[in-house]
Design a protein around this ligand. Sequence first.
Ligand code: WQD
Length: 339
Amino acid sequence: MKKILVTGGAGYIGAHTAVELMNAGYETVLIDNFSKSNRTLLEGIEKITGKKVSFYEGDCLDEVFLQNVFKSHGPFSCVMHFAAYKSVGESVQDPLGYYRNNIQSLVTLLQVMKQNNVKDIVFSSSCTVYGQPDHIPVDENTPFKRAESPYGATKQMCERVLEDAFITGFKVISLRYFNPIGAHPSAWIGELPIGPPNNLVPYITQTAIGIREKLTVFGSDYNTPDGTCIRDFIHVVDLALAHIKAMEYLNKVSEPTHYQTLNLGTGLGVSVMQLINQFIEVTKVKLPYVMGPRRPGDVEKVYADPAKANRLIEWKTKYSVADALLHAWQWEKKLAGRS
Ligand code: WQD
């Protein structure tokens, strides 16, 4: 029985995708180095699926570890590569850590895949590859601008690695995530920042539950209707389901090598202030916030044209932003031991 390897499987998107893979009957092997995660989500996956998780701790930079996983726990029909650092703000503070981790781990993984004759890879890319686009919504043919952050630059470079490598024997689909938010409706898994959250929604929920004193809105002087940045917030379960569809698409591709890129977004632009107001409306809780200066590395506005993904992998989002905010809040309350 061929299996699916999920790197970064203890992380936010990896864990949600593992749930959908296991629920769909795929045998799944997870690896993670716990640099930005812990065992919490692995336990949550087991509660949701009722199945034991096949997990091995290790780093995608470690070729010996990867070789062992492929030799002892394969053969794999596809690799889903989530393992990477993903904070725009943090990457501005630690560019070298981001370049080394995000790019070298992909190169090492591809080399080990080739040595083990594994051809299919679903890669976690990002809308940050577009930089600040001239026109929105962006489709996959939108030319890359200079990335606004080292994080975005690592994703541009990783896509270049895949573009140059696929003709040597890979079938690749790069999924350009917009802004993943929310949690599994069961509230057994969700976003689990280690330390103060870099991302907006976990900072909102930690403020609402009292862990953080107040939320700071990074910039209210942008050229947008309410002065705050605009993003395309997509429910993490919708994102996870797109990975199953992408893998099944690759599996059906007959040619020996293949490369596709897909935008995974709702197609709806929502501002930071709109998200804050919607959170308050959906949860009926107080949310103390203040306006602060812009954050270096931020793109002013970006949201997706998801038509290619809708067509090519027959996928579209089914959850709303309100659903995602409610699920994120239910997860935060579960973490705090509240029902
Ligand atoms: C969103 C907006 C902040 C925190 C994310 C992922 C990245 C990629 C793209 C997948 C910005 C503002 C934030 C806060 C705020 N996705 N903000 N106060 O930077 O768009 O990047 O989506 O690969 O991996 O990180 O997301 O949530 O950090 O910021 O005002 O306390 O919220 O300035 O405008 P970002 P984010």
